[in-house]
Design a protein around this ligand. Structure first.
Ligand SMILES: [Zn+2]
Length: 1014
């Protein structure tokens, strides 16, 4: 339940996850710039891992005191290349976990155990409220003001089922110290103003604040956020499972807040909750990276912890759940998904079973392996019994093992099922586990699953956030987080057990899935009246609330509304907030070297890392020559051809071979505009995978087998894959509607963007549903086959590889062999021309409680000199104009303006209660810039530059080193020039840009709304 995550990702870096699922959202993907170049000898790779020191020689020693903290445990963690150092504050007992890692990116997080006491969302509202200003920094919405005064690559606050965390990461030490000041003051000494409670939590207010005759409604940022969240069926189904399977203690409540309960929360309760739960004794502080630890400890001790006494925190411990003596059932209703199949096919059903305590680390690890064995691949029992018979639209997103709380659980769910099949579900479930326990698992299947998890783990070890995410739940329940990082040991133990007992997993199935009466089956049925009923319930709630108010206090609603408005508009002294200076950001960060070579005439980029262990392979096939009909099927082709085996091995065999040696092959359709002139675009098929260095030969061999011998003949399987593909489409619309809205408005501006929308936007969902209805499975099969025969040629291909040092010669040999076996295609066209469209607007009528809107116009491509300045201006407009009006006054969750690599300038709003108002705000940008020109001062400009630098200096993970320059064709020199261009933008230039791009409405613009007609 990471409440702010989606929102902030959109501030920092748009939703990459969605991007990778939906091939062509690239106009928003290019916020982070990756360098690429011919070899630059002066550029050094910044990571120098591993970093393992014998405990005896390490600078911090067990038993010693550092700045008021006792060092309790020091251990090297070889798997992650770091030293773990656990300290405890002597006065308060606050635990401080330091992971000393030779990494330029430093992550800091302060975490509290925050149990929900009811479903009013106290932990969540408090998470918002502490970020609204504090004793030392009394600035309204300090968190969002700070976003533009830092170069942090990660800033967030999240509420989990029983914890709240406040993490940030930056590569700049001055920035790191600044953010520590803000975060620590926020959590330990927040202002907690009553007015902020009303704004962030909930309040009664006239619809139109200035009109005392207008309707009284409930407003509030968290209230609106949760209405949005509850209208996402997948999320609310998952929460219901948690609330019902652990009903005895805290987990029966919604920690983020149920919209119908949030208005029961009082300000006093919230203040008391803070006093108790945000006490340092109930806090855990996480710090990972290379910046000076003692500076951090000294500051925390001096400013905060030394002012507190220790308290007993046993009150926040959660007892284990009492086990049930017999299975239970539940049934809930849901919103009808307008993008899903017919109402009869939109039921969801899931069975969950309680597993072990989170503190049992090895068992938790093994249950994760068991879960993968049972569900994930075509050789898994649940896949065979529940997915292949085509009774649903596939698993629910959260199917699997869920170690999110004190007691862990396992759940299997199906989406888009008819009621008839819902009735079969339980029997099917029982038969599947019974069969699995009796027949056991094929040893090749076990080996492939375990190897794949090992590979996945190794990849995750390099992700700086993963250390925190992997540890937070266990740590919250006082588990041994240090041992939990010993991945290799856990794998070795499991392999030994499997060697000793071939029935090891059958027995686990018997114990946890058969002889386990703590079992819950939930059915979720959609109703057409769901949204109307929600509105009626909301009106009732408002009436109840009004009845509690006496007549003389009624007038206060109106007055309070005006007071709040004045409070929000009051000028603030944000100069007291820490901010970086220009000197802190002058130098670009070093980027890994990239070599450009040619293998059999195939352009190939290679980058190397000193400590990787993994080789990443990206292949881009240019498919610009495909006919429009073929192009429209490219996303479907990408989703199915890797799942159907080859003419040499059927899909079950092929899957096991593949999983044992490498990661899943992921394919995406990509529309990429030229970054230099913006006049042409290419359509491509991007294929991505990775493997351990030692398995690289096998990886190339299996890729070759797939590309040369893929087969789509099995119409039964094809039909199932297509059904599941369509069910998944549109699942993300509610959580990332602003991206879909921007795609919708961009589609009205250029033909390239229109194609993107047809390949991955709302238009794609419509197109696919219609296409499948109108064509026989045999016809679809033939079309897919013909696409494959036109794509995989070496003269269409470009390659990018990231590998370990000393691995180069083998890689080049393997890659060359792979390339030489690919056929030469008839020459296809290299790129297509972009043309601009006439202005228009589009409304996607979707029944959702909150809407999304976007406006787009064509500006200039990435390489144009105005691009960097427009990107800075976009940040300026966002911070000074859009957020204060659309977020703070209109009540949308987010809003912004930005220019993409494709040269399109976008305005957007996210979960917006008044899209027509927001659209007017977009239209009046020029008027505002004129009237408020005094707000565009040097400091505002500098902050906007910092906001752009956050994206330009983004830390790249190994899997992405070559990816974006490879995809978009930018290179290191280009990006370096771009960076200095960002820093050199002046105020007069900004004024010129405003006249040039905003004074007159562009000749080519589009507007799009996603949401209900009203
Ligand atoms: Zn929130």
């Amino acid at each position: 339940m990471l409440r702010r995550l989606n929102y902030l990702k959109s501030v920092q870096r748009p939703l990459i996850k969605v991007l990778h699922i939906n091939s062509a959202l690239h106009s928003t993907s290019i916020e982070s710039v990756v360098s690429s170049a011919k070899v630059k000898p002066d550029i050094k790779v910044h990571r120098d891992m591993p970093y393992i020191i014998d405990g005896q020689n390490y600078k911090y020693k067990e038993g010693r005191v550092y700045q008021g903290f006792l060092c309790e445990r020091v251990e090297p963690i070889t798997d992650y290349g770091l030293m773990s150092c656990t300290l405890r504050h002597i006065g308060t007992g606050t635990e401080f976990w330091y992971l000393d890692r030779n990494d330029i990116n430093n992550l800091f997080s302060i975490n509290f155990r925050t149990n929900p006491l009811d479903s009013t969302g106290i932990p969540h509202v408090l998470e918002h409220l502490v970020l609204c200003g504090s004793q030392n920094l009394p600035v309204r919405d300090v968190f969002f003001k700070m976003v533009s005064r830092t170069v942090a690559n990660f800033m967030n606050a999240m509420t989990g089922p029983d914890y709240t965390m406040f993490p940030f990461a930056t590569m700049n030490e001055a920035d790191f110290r600044n953010l520590q000041k803000v975060y620590l003051d926020a959590v330990f000494r927040p202002s907690l103003l009553h007015l902020d409670f009303l704004l962030e939590g909930w309040r009664l207010e006239h619809q139109d604040v200035h009109n005392r005759n207008s309707d009284i409604v409930i407003k509030g940022i968290v209230y609106n956020e949760m209405i949005g969240s509850y209208s996402d069926n997948s999320t609310s189904f998952k929460h219901t499972m948690l609330n019902h399977i652990l009903p005895s203690h805290i987990y029966r409540h919604s920690t983020a807040g149920n919209p119908s309960e949030i208005p029961k929360l009082s300000y006093e309760e919230l203040v008391n909750y803070h006093r108790q739960y945000y006490h340092p004794s109930n806090a855990r502080i996480f710090c990972c990276g290379s910046f000076d630890l003692e500076k951090t400890l000294e500051f925390i001790d001096r400013e905060y912890l030394s002012h507190y006494d220790r308290i007993d925190t046993s009150f926040s411990r959660t007892p284990p759940e009492d086990r049930w003596s017999e299975p239970r059932q539940a049934c809930i209703q849901s919103r009808l998904n307008p993008m899903g199949p017919g109402i009869d096919h939109q039921n969801q059903v899931a069975t969950g079973l309680l597993m072990c305590d989170i503190l049992d680390i090895q068992e938790t690890f093994e249950l994760k392996v068991l879960s993968e064995l049972l569900i994930r691949s075509p050789n898994s029992p649940f896949y065979k019994s529940m997915i292949e018979p085509k009774i649903s639209g596939g698993y629910t997103e959260w199917t699997g093992y869920l170690p999110d709380c004190k007691d862990t659980y396992f759940a299997v769910g199906l989406q888009d099922v008819t009621m008839k099949n819902v009735e079969l579900f339980e029997e099917l479930f029982d038969n599947t586990v019974y069969k699995a326990s009796k027949e056991g698992f094929d040893s090749l299947h076990i080996e492939s699953v375990v190897s794949n998890l090992e590979l996945d783990n190794l990849k995750q070890q390099r992700d700086y956030k993963n250390l925190l995410y992997k540890s937070i739940v266990l740590w919250n329940h006082e588990g041994d987080v240090v041992s939990n990082l010993r991945d290799s040991e856990m794998f070795a133990k499991l392999r030994n057990k499997l060697k000793e007992n071939p029935n090891y997993f059958n027995e686990k199935v018997e114990k946890y899935l058969i002889n386990n009466t703590h079992k819950l089956t939930i059915t979720m049925q959609p109703t057409e009246s769901y949204e109307i009923e929600r509105q009626i319930a909301e009106s009732k709630l408002i009436l109840e609330k009004l009845e509690e108010i006496s007549d003389d206090k009624f007038e206060q609603i109106y007055e309070k509304g005006l007071e709040l408005e004045a409070f929000q508009k009051a000028p603030q002294d944000i100069e007291i907030l820490p901010c970086l200076s220009i000197n802190d950001v002058q130098n670009p960060f070093p980027r890994p070297q990239i070599m450009d070579i040619s293998l059999q005439d195939v352009p190939t980029m290679i980058s190397q890392e000193p400590f990787a262990g993994i080789t990443y392979l990206n292949c881009m096939f240019n498919t610009s020559g495909l006919s429009i009909n073929d192009a429209m099927l490219l996303p479907l082709f990408c989703n199915v051809f890797t799942e159907m085996g080859t003419s040499k091995h059927d899909y079950r065999q092929f899957n096991d071979f593949l999983q044992a040696k490498m990661a899943r092959v992921e394919c995406l359709a990509k529309v990429v505009e030229s970054v230099t002139d913006g006049k042409t675009y290419r359509l491509g098929l991007l294929m991505k995978t990775y493997a351990l260095d030692k398995n690289v030969s096998d990886m190339f061999g299996l890729c070759e087998e797939l590309l040369l011998n893929f087969q789509v003949a099995d119409t039964e399987r094809l039909e199932m894959l297509i059904k599941n593909y369509i069910s998944k489409l549109g699942n993300n619309v509610i959580s990332t509607g602003h991206l879909y809205a921007m795609m919708g408005s961009s589609a009205l501006v250029t033909n390239a963007s229109r194609l993107k929308s047809l390949l991955s936007g709302v238009d794609h969902v419509d197109y696919m549903k219609k296409y499948v209805k109108e064509n026989s499975i045999e016809a679809i099969r033939d079309s897919l086959k013909s696409i494959g025969s036109k794509v995989f040629g070496r003269n269409n291909l470009r390659i990018a590889i990231n590998t370990s040092e000393n691995n180069l010669s083998t890689i080049v040999e393997d890659c060359e062999r792979f390339v030489s076996h690919l056929p030469t295609m008839d020459q296809t066209s290299d790129s297509n021309e972009i043309f601009l469209l006439e202005p228009s607007s589009r409304h996607y009528d979707l029944s959702m409680p909150l809407s999304f809107c976007a406006k787009t116009f064509f500006a200039v491509p990435y390489a144009h000199k105005d691009h960097a300045a427009l990107r800075v201006l976009g940040k300026l407009i966002t911070a000074k104009y859009l957020l204060p009006i659309i977020r703070e006054q209109i009540g949308a969750y987010d809003a912004g303006a930005r220019i993409g690599f494709d040269g399109l300038f976008n305005f957007f709003s996210f979960r917006d209660p008044h899209v027509t108002k927001s659209m007017e705000v977009f239209d009046k940008t020029y008027e505002w810039l004129q009237a408020e020109s005094h707000q565009l001062d040097e400091q505002a400009l500098f902050e906007a530059k910092l906001a752009v630098l956050q994206l330009v200096d983004w830390p790249i993970c190994p899997s992405e080193i070559t990816l974006e320059s490879f995809t978009f064709g930018s290179n290191y020199d280009m990006n370096l020039k771009y960076r200095s261009r960002v820093l050199s933008v002046t105020l007069p230039e900004v004024q010129n840009l405003i006249e040039k791009y905003f004074k007159n409405e562009s000749k080519h613009f589009g507007k799009c709304i996603l949401g209900p007609v009203s």
